[in-house]
Design a protein around this ligand. Structure first.
Ligand code: GDP
Ligand code: IMO
Ligand code: MG
Length: 423
């Protein structure tokens, strides 16, 4: 396969950045196609850690073409701050059709969340929902307008008036048109040289037979359509979102790598049937350093849930699994895996659409023996302890997707290919 998408199969933070960076060593192009700086993708190369929020995970390689496609929402200030952190030369294109996140979007995000009280989504407060809302309402500002001085002035002026009206309704401080315009004009100047019609560009690269990785942000359970609505983000991280959000034909995407944590985590509110509380959750959180890359919030911890993985396989499509953070489970005597749920006394193998029903769903587990051996230096499938192999094999058979790779530590080197699917 030459054009593959890296999909988060759970609630985000599965290690998509790490897997994209690893596979990107064989790629020509890396494309981010949805989300914004709500994402936090960690790449560790020879002990050096990089946190990426907007930039595709190929940005650390001088030879890779990086594309921020039309489906993204881009905060220009965050973009300018982030490119300053990249110390090596890079290649980057930004879609003229991507939408811009402006200061009133995070303010509205905070105001809505405060208003929701106990029922808040637990967003990242980056203004992602309000920016996609403006896109759907056809009042968003696209990159092509943003880099055009007069058009940006006119549209921003009208929008600030409208947004301040809404912010006042929530008793939230207003934003100031003049200062936003002056500040953001300078960001537009930084962005402008990278802007192009990335659909035209990507299709040219495809004609040249380039190897392309599409890097999803978030995870399928946070998908606006197929996630645990309303506790979701405002875009779709599935494989099927790639063509629409990057401007290519659906049949040009040849396969999907489902990045799956060896257990489950979630940041923010909403149901998580296999959630673990207490000492074991604390232990896994500390060993796995399970704190948000974007917000620093402690992540909720749960056992691996294969109902969720089969849901992801069905709604997105998965060719191979990349199982990450396997090393974090070392030393735990017994490991549980969710096989299905029980709802109102009946066995179910799907996620109920109604969130109240999903909250009632009781997970049913199987238990497997753990392993004690340090696996962080393992370099092949054969070197894994027998119980780690059995754990992975069980995931493979319960999900019905082959394990293409697995990872035993945060570093690029701690990644093991089982099958060479990306050639
Ligand atoms: P993403 O949002 O899917 O790119 O994932 P994040 O970067 O937000 O979170 C994954 C975290 O796990 C990061 O801190 C990674 O450095 C770390 N990580 C990735 N793979 C492994 C692994 O196999 N073992 C361990 N211990 N950490 C890993
Ligand atoms: P990466 O790409 C984990 C979650 C938030 C919240 C919900 C909505 O690093 O995997 P939003 O700010 O998008 O409106 O928040 O989605 N969320 C993520 N959780 N990883 C992410 O990205 C996330 N991006 C959003 O915590 O529950
Ligand atoms: Mg993350």
């Amino acid at each position: 396969m030459k054009r593959m998408v890296v999909v988060g199969t759970q609630w985000g933070d599965e290690g998509k950045g790490k897997i994209t960076d690893y596979l990107a060593q064989k790629a020509d192009v890396v494309v981010r196609y949805q989300g914004g700086n709500n994402a936090g993708h960690t790449v560790v190369i020879k002990g050096e850690k990089h946190s990426l929020h907007l930039l595709p995970s190929g940005i650390l390689s001088e030879t890779i073409e990086n594309v921020m496609a039309n489906g993204m929402v881009i905060n220009p200030k965050a973009f300018v701050d982030e490119i300053k952190t990249i110390k090596t030369p890079f290649k980057l294109s930004i879609s003229d059709r991507a939408h811009i996140v402006l200061p009133y979007h995070p303010e509205l995000d905070k105001a809505y969340e405060k208003h929701k009280g106990d029922e808040k989504i637990g967003t990242t407060h980056k203004g992602i929902g309000p920016a996609y809302t403006d896109k759907a309402a056809r009042i968003g500002i696209r990159v092509s307008t943003f880099i055009h001085k007069e058009r940006f002035y006119k549209e921003l002026k009208e929008l600030v008036e409208q947004k301040n009206f809404e912010l006042s309704h929530y008793d939230h401080p207003n934003v100031d048109f003049e200062s936003i315009y002056q500040e953001y004009r300078s960001y537009a100047d930084v962005m402008a040289p990278y802007v192009k019609d990335t659909s035209v560009y990507l299709n040219q690269l495809i004609e040249q037979d380039k190897r392309i990785l599409f890097e999803g942000a978030q995870g399928v359970l946070l998908c606006l359509d197929h996630g645990t609505y309303p506790y979701v983000t405002s875009s779709s991280p599935t494989a099927s979102s790639v063509p629409l959000n990057s401007g290519i034909a659906p049949w040009l995407v040849e396969g999907a790598i489902g990045v799956t944590k060896a257990y489950t985590t979630r940041v923010g509110s909403g149901p998580m049937p296999s959630e673990i509380l207490g000492d074991l959750a604390h232990y896994i959180r500390e060993v796995g350093r399970e704190y948000g890359t974007t917000t620093g919030r402690p992540r909720r911890i749960g056992w691996l849930d294969t109902v969720i993985l089969r849901h992801t396989k069905r709604v997105s499509g998965l060719s191979y699994l990349a199982v990450t953070l396997l090393d974090v489970l070392t030393g735990i005597d017994e490991l549980k895996i969710v096989t299905h749920y029980e709802l109102n006394g009946k066995e179910i193998d799907r996620i109920p659409a109604d969130i109240e029903d999903f909250m009632q769903a009781k997970p049913v587990y199987i238990t497997l023996p753990g392993w004690k051996e340090d696996i962080t230096k393992v370099t092949s499938w054969e070197e894994l302890p027998i119980h780690a192999k059995e754990y992975l094999k069980k995931i493979e058979s319960l999900v019905g997707v082959p394990i293409g790779m697995f990872s035993v530590g945060p570093d690029r080197d701690q990644t093991i290919m089982v099958t060479n699917f990306f050639e």
